[in-house]
Write a protein that binds this ligand. Structure first.
Ligand SMILES: Nc1ncnc2c1ncn2[C@@H]1O[C@H](COP(=O)(O)OP(=O)(O)OC[C@H]2O[C@@H]([n+]3cccc(C(=O)O)c3)[C@H](O)[C@@H]2O)[C@@H](O)[C@H]1O
Ligand SMILES: Nc1ncnc2c1ncn2[C@@H]1O[C@H](COP(=O)(O)OP(=O)(O)OP(=O)(O)O)[C@@H](O)[C@H]1O
Ligand SMILES: NC(=O)CC[C@H](N)C(=O)O
Length: 545
């Protein structure tokens, strides 16, 4: 006998329970009629999307969920549907997975391991389940588990002890650079502990800073990967299970297609494109506008924007000032032409002069400093925001993780905007991503990648005049931010001098206020500057402790 399982690697819109319920019905019908599946498995919290955050606290949640479940019970026939939703039971809210078949809710399982770290806040909303959830599908005892459950041995061992012969795991597991390898090693370990096959189903789509890259997969009872759905492609992916009561492993997955693994640059690039595309689409922006400086950050951001929503909805604006070099003007125009976007040149001299003229009496007796530099960045910010207001385009912010770490950006200047694709990307990775993008088609002029980065806010300015070289800076930042190392531990590597380390760490600490005011953006590491890292702005902690 064969049991065919369809993995619904799909996207849901957070909060749109009506639309998501219809998506479940449509996908279930497709899985039944086109894939001829016996079971279709959706990701965690399918009906609300993940994470629904404080929407879970809204008073109409329960009635919305109950009517969604009633619709599913009424409309789905002849296929087992495994779907996720929040449900209140005896006054407590649980993160549930239910199995619906022929108008009945056969079983309801409540997630037991509630993640409350990094970007996850499950304990803010949910109570922990405590019992295994098992359902008989075509004579197979199927055990349910939800995302974080699989990262711990107990829930799966409990399901096995209750008689499970196959595990279905519903996920909302966001992307970061190392996540693909981590999941595979984890499932290998879990499967051999319980000697059961596991079907792992993930979302494919983005929600604010989080990107779900899909990559649903199946391991057999020996922990071997038997089937791998593609990354960054939505769809229904089916696998057959041979069910044979005479075998020691009663349920044996039949080897399916293994989608090829992605390299680091390829997966980061696709995560940035998906994150931006879903942000723009789900928030219904008409297009994207960004300042194009001839530098590398805006060049890469522009390429991502075009790959996300198409050149016809993207506008690049060069805003030259006295210190803008002719090379920058030329390279910006070339980038815009290579990508085929609308390109405008709006000189800002007159606007900056208007500010400095009005401020002249106020500044009498003061010498020139970053105030004048910031006026240039702010004038550009005002200009971009005006275009955004007028045309309904969102301003794409171009700052990278290295700059956001040390506060090398102007508040209400180049920090304006609604979303950023480089927010979690160190400058050293920006260079690699440009090279990667050019392998898909030459869109970033070589000189933009090789010339020394400069803010061009003062004559002959280079980033490395005020910051350590990006190789050194990014190494220190990685250790401090992503690995939580102390100043002494960083110094113990003997790779950096004491003064540089203390200066960089101090800059990170004192610039929390800037990061709090920065737009959200794609998370590509396990420690981004969004919900992953929550430091008090006002604090008396001393570096190195
Ligand atoms: N804890 C705190 N809470 C709230 N506000 C705080 C604060 N500490 C300072 N502030 C305020 O923040 C303001 C200072 O910040 P801000 O006005 O941004 O200015 P600031 O950080 O002083 O200067 C901007 C820096 O970014 C560099 N930059 C600018 C533009 C582009 C690039 C690039 O290459 O990409 C680099 C520029 O060269 C300069 O070093 C002041 O108003 C100050 O009072
Ligand atoms: N002349 C300019 N015309 C248009 N936008 C500009 C200009 N100068 C700066 N910007 C905007 O401000 C952002 C910060 O630019 P800046 O040159 O100061 O720093 P950067 O981090 O080196 O960025 P980039 O590599 O894009 O130049 C740019 O990415 C761009 O969006
Ligand atoms: N939604 C969840 O429970 C996610 C937690 C899990 N460790 C993951 O990222 O895969």
């Amino acid at each position: 006998m064969t049991l065919r399982i369809a993995m619904a690697q799909l996207d849901m819109l957070v909060g749109d329970i009506t639309k998501n319920t219809q998506s479940v019905i449509d996908a279930a019908c497709k899985a039944r009629d086109e894939e001829h599946a016996d079971v279709v498995v959706f990701p965690e919290l399918t009906l609300t999307g993940y994470p629904p955050e404080d929407l879970l606290l809204r008073s109409s949640l329960d009635t919305r969920i109950e009517s969604a479940l009633a619709k599913l019970l009424a409309e789905i026939r002849d296929i087992h549907v495994v779907v996720g939703y929040p449900r209140r039971i005896d006054g407590e809210l649980f993160n549930c997975a239910g199995v619906i078949y022929q108008g009945q809710l056969l079983v309801e399982y409540a997630k037991q391991e509630l993640p409350n770290f990094l970007v996850f806040d499950d304990k803010r909303y949910f109570s922990e389940g405590c019992e295994a959830g098992l359902v008989d599908i075509k004579g197979v005892k199927v055990g349910l588990s939800i995302c974080e459950d699989i990262w711990h041995p107990e829930p799966i061992a409990q399901a096995k002890a209750a008689g499970a012969e196959l595990i279905l795991n519903l996920n909302a597991s966001p992307y970061h650079i190392e996540k693909m390898g981590e999941r595979e090693a984890l499932l290998h370990q879990r499967a051999i502990e319980v000697t059961l096959p596991i079907v792992y189903v993930n979302y494919m789509g983005a929600q604010d800073e989080l990107v779900y890259e899909g990559g649903s997969f199946v391991v057999n009872a020996k922990g071997e990967k038997i089937m791998q759905a593609p990354w960054f492609e939505a769809g229904l992916y089916s696998i057959d299970m041979i069910v044979d009561d005479s075998q020691p492993n009663k349920v044996e997955p039949v080897a399916g297609v293994i989608a090829p693994a992605l390299g680091v640059e390829a997966s980061v690039y696709q995560a940035m494109v998906l994150g931006l595309r879903d942000y723009i689409t789900k928030n219904r922006f008409k297009g994207i506008v960004l300042g194009l400086s001839g530098g590398i950050d805006s060049a890469l951001s522009l390429a991502v924007a075009v790959d996300a929503i198409g050149a016809d909805r993207v506008q690049a604006v060069m805003m030259p000032y006295t210190y803008t070099s002719s090379i920058s003007l030329h390279d910006a125009e070339e980038e815009a032409n290579l990508l085929g976007v609308k390109y405008s040149v709006l000189p800002i001299e007159a606007m900056v002069s208007a500010f400095t003229d009005v401020l002249a009496p106020e500044f009498e007796g003061y010498s020139k400093d970053t105030t004048e530099e910031n006026l240039q960045a702010r004038t550009r910010g005002v200009t971009l925001m005006a275009i955004s207001n007028k045309k309904g385009y969102m301003v794409l912010t171009t700052g990278n993780k290295s700059e956001m770490a040390v506060g090398y950006a102007t508040l209400y200047g180049d920090m304006v905007g609604g979303y950023s694709v480089l927010k979690d990307v160190f400058k050293t990775l920006v260079f690699k991503l440009c090279r990667y993008r050019n392998t898909l088609g030459y869109v970033i002029p070589e000189r933009v990648i090789t010339r020394p980065p400069s803010a061009e806010l003062a004559p002959d300015q280079k980033d490395e005049d005020s910051l350590p070289s990006y190789d050194i800076l990014d190494d220190i930042l990685r250790m401090y931010i992503e690995e939580d190392q102390s100043a002494e531990a960083i110094l113990a590597t003997q790779k950096f001098d004491r003064e540089t380390v203390y200066r960089v760490l101090r800059l990170v600490d004192i610039n929390e206020y800037k990061r709090r005011q920065s737009p959200t953006g794609v998370r590509i590491t396990a420690r981004g500057f969004g919900r992953d890292r929550r430091y008090p702005i006002t604090n008396g902690w001393h570096i190195g402790e």
